[in-house]
Design a protein around this ligand. Structure first.
Ligand code: NDP
Length: 304
């Protein structure tokens, strides 16, 4: 019987995960089909109930359901518990386990970005959504001592800080108001800068002015194209990486969980590149709007 894996989101039509995971199943000789389920929030509980069936290996969950799915599963892993979000589900008989493989994906990206240097201890994160939560938890686990989160709506940044009050109790995690002069002074004190907002996804805009980016930072954009933010940072002399590594490795971690096999990384990476070349641009946690697709931003080459 062909096994099933589904991506549950709203919308999901433009997701890159389908191409990446199907190529991985095929290359590994696993008889499984990856399906895209577009489900509005009201239909989420029924979709989750269906995934408990024997024919399912598991599921991916994406925007806007990563947090909503948490109370609908039977058990959460440490990453899902800590972030309050799950992007991957596995089955234990009829019980469902919620995982957050964005954390593992971010950890691989961080390691590559830092390279042979000593792991830094200070970071500034722009954004406080689901992606930012995975970043914060990855940084806490990597031993960072000071993390400052800037978000347009300060209350969401503050909620993020409250959420991590226990896991980040030993270090300084702060939310600050989205104001260019405050961002500038915090960036001047940091070593790692992460864009976890969706600014730059569907327009050629950067969340911050180019002239406040110092030249010696390690800069990551969770968006997996060569955004204006990354181009500005690179022009300033920073080491930069886009979100493709994180996307690939969150998918690889999900594949490992569903199949118990090592993911065919090269095949997955090639499938991602091919899907991007066709103009697909949505990843886990990424809203797809037709305007952005039409603007052709998707075809920009990755920086990292
Ligand atoms: P959310 O919708 O949860 O969060 C969006 C974030 O962007 C919020 O902080 C929001 O601020 C901010 N934002 C959006 N528009 C603006 C604006 N005009 N001005 C200022 N801030 C803005 O999304 P996610 O956290 O899931 O995803 C964020 C980005 O990260 C997306 O581009 C997504 O593709 C990417 N991502 C990539 C992953 C990967 O594997 N590479 C994994 C997960 C995410 P506010 O709260 O104030 O609205």
């Amino acid at each position: 019987m062909t096994k099933r894996v589904v991506l549950i989101g709203h919308p999901v039509a433009h997701s890159l995960s389908g191409a990446m995971q199907q190529a991985a199943f095929d290359a590994a000789g696993i008889d499984a089909a990856y399906e895209l389920w577009d489900r509005a929030p009201i239909a989420l509980p029924a979709a989750i109930a269906e995934v408990r069936g024997d024919e399912f290996l598991g599921a991916n969950v994406t925007i806007p359901h990563k947090e909503r799915v948490v109370p609908l599963v039977d058990r959460l892993t440490e990453e899902a518990q800590a972030t309050g979000a799950a992007n991957t589900l596995t089955r234990e008989a009829r019980r469902l386990v919620g995982h957050n493989t964005d954390v593992a994906g971010f950890e691989v990206a961080l390691d590559r970005l830092v390279g042979r240097q000593k792991m830094p201890r200070q970071a500034v994160i722009l954004g406080a959504g689901g992606g930012a939560r995975a970043v914060v938890f990855g940084l806490v686990r990597a031993g960072f001592q000071r993390i400052v989160v800037f978000n347009r709506h300060l209350h969401r940044g503050e909620a993020l800080v409250r959420h991590f009050s226990r896991s980040a109790a030993h270090m300084e995690l702060r939310a600050m108001p989205w104001h260019p002069s405050i961002i500038e002074s915090e960036i001047a004190r940091t070593k790692v800068l992460v864009n976890a907002t969706s600014i730059g996804l569907s327009s050629d805009e950067s969340p911050i002015p180019a002239d406040i980016i110092p030249g010696d930072l390690l800069v990551l954009d969770l968006i997996y194209s060569r955004t204006r933010f990354l181009r500005d940072a690179e022009a300033a002399g920073c080491t930069v990486m886009d979100g493709e590594t994180m996307l690939l490795h969150q998918g690889a971690a999900a594949f490992r969980l569903w199949t118990g096999q090592e993911p065919p990384l090269e095949v997955m990476s090639e499938a991602l590149a091919a899907a991007r070349a066709e103009g697909l641009r949505s990843a886990e946690g990424e809203p797809a709007d037709d305007q952005g697709a039409a603007s052709g931003v998707a075809t920009a080459t990755p920086a990292g």
